[in-house]
Design a protein around this ligand. Sequence first.
Ligand SMILES: [Mg+2]
Length: 177
Amino acid sequence: MFEKFKPTWMVKSVYNVSPQQLKQHGIRAVFSDLDNTLIAWNNPNGTPELHRWMKELDQAGIPLIVISNNSKKRIGKAVAGLDLPFMARSMKPFSYGITRARKKLGLKKHEVVMVGDQLMTDVIAANRAGVYSLLVKPLINTDKWITWPNRQMGNLVWRELKKQYPNLKWQEGLEDE
Ligand SMILES: [Mg+2]
């Protein structure tokens, strides 16, 4: 029952995931949540680390696409400082947006990883879509109140997941799988 919540990987910071590691796993595109995964509300243009990582991906020919539940207008504004492509109205925790973006790129399921800070939306959506799922720690803890119920639920699931999969742990990157 808890399998749909189980991330493929748990990495402290996505900036540690190098193009080389992604390629070793056959991953050709990175899909990502935006809020608290790539940027925090208090720094909408992203940190220097984010920009360095984005440049690395770009140079390696690995597209980074934001998968968002927001409308085109809202997400367009939010990613303006990052200049990233995005899929709006993705309907996470359902697979809709991920699958749509994957098919647009003509990629197979095992060629895509979905990154996010929330079990209850990002990881479930990725698992439903059949792509790799990568859970990261939220950039900051003072989140918008609207995600609070999600987080509480996530905490319950989290405890259960740890019980069922005692080997699940935060890693530095994809190499120590
Ligand atoms: Mg998020």
